[in-house]
Structure formats: structure tokens, C-alpha cells
Design a protein around this ligand. Sequence first.
Ligand code: AMP
Length: 183
Amino acid sequence: MLILNKIERKIIEEAIRDVKDFPKPGVVFKDITTILNDKKAFSTLMNHLYQRYKEYDLDFIVGIDARGFIFGAALAQMLGIGFVPVRKRGKLPYTTISEKYTLEYGIDEVEIHIDAFRGEKDARVLLIDDLIATGGTANAAVTLIKQAGAHCVEACFIITLTFLDGYKEVEKKTPVYSLVEVK
Ligand code: AMP
């Protein structure tokens, strides 16, 4: 399986902007808009994802609300396959399946359309998001993919916060591929 080389990793790492104390004090927010508006970083990233995942025989990409949509939809188009959004509760218009997950304070919920995979049996799916922290969102998304009748082949994150154990929880369900690790 193709992994990122050192030069590519450096280009992508350097394009991520750290914003301290956003959205609340103590959090370092990893801003990926500075990958998107950097043509070299964005194309390095998307070309790498294309080269890796063209070998996977995927049927769909699932992207997580909202930044996962950007990378997921672009990759799906490059691979010539469909894109499916997993959205926060109340945003999808048709019949949905939903999954709750716990946050530091309280609970949240994500949803997928019941017919997201167009009735294809055991469709091969890649899950993608910009970042995994506690893993709550990604874990719920993997559950939704299964409940909608598809098979999550891998979960891909541009950034993994490895000082949190979230990615380990997801790894119990599906292989995890991280491009940049933040220790
Ligand atoms: P979690 O469910 O805790 O793994 O949180 C993952 C979701 O929250 C992703 O969709 C990320 O976009 C967002 N997120 C959490 N922490 C950060 C952070 N430090 N910087 C940027 N995005 C974050």
C-alpha cells in the first residue's frame, strides 16, 4: 500500500495552520483551509490519496460533516465513484439512520441516508475526515456505514491527534490511515 513520502508529508504538514484557543481556550485547532488554498499542498494531498486508493476497488467515499466533504468529494470524483455525506442530526432531507456518540460534555448525533449506497450489497467504502480527535464522530460513522449495508474498507484522516486514543477505538473496527500525526 502506498504511503506518503517525506517530501509530500512536509508539504502537507507545513500547510496546516495551528490556531490556538479555538473554539475554546486550551484547544489548538488544526486549520486545513490553508491546505485548500495552497495549490501545491492541495494537489500533493489529493494526488497521494488518488494513487493510494485507486488500488482499493472502492465503490463509494463517505465524508464526515463538514471538512470531510471537501476531501471526500474531490477524491470520489478523481476515482470515478460516488460520494456519500454523513451529516450532523437534522440536515439530511430523506429517511435517515442515526447514531449517537458521547462528547466531553453531552451527546451528539450523526446521520446517513437509508439508501445512501443505492442498494448495492456490501459496497466497498472509504471513510474520510480531516481530523480524528476522540474518535466519537468517526466511530459513529463506521457504525452507520455498516447499518446502511456497506463495508468500511478503511478510515482515512489527514490529521490524527495521537495524544488522544480515538484512533485506537476506530482501529478496532476498520484499518486507519493517517497522513499527519500530531503527538
Ligand atoms: P472527534 O469526534 O473528537 O474525533 O472529533 C473529530 C471532529 O471534530 C472532526 O470532524 C474534526 O474536524 C473536528 N475537530 C476536533 N478536534 C479538532 C482540532 N483540534 N482541530 C480541528 N478540528 C477538530
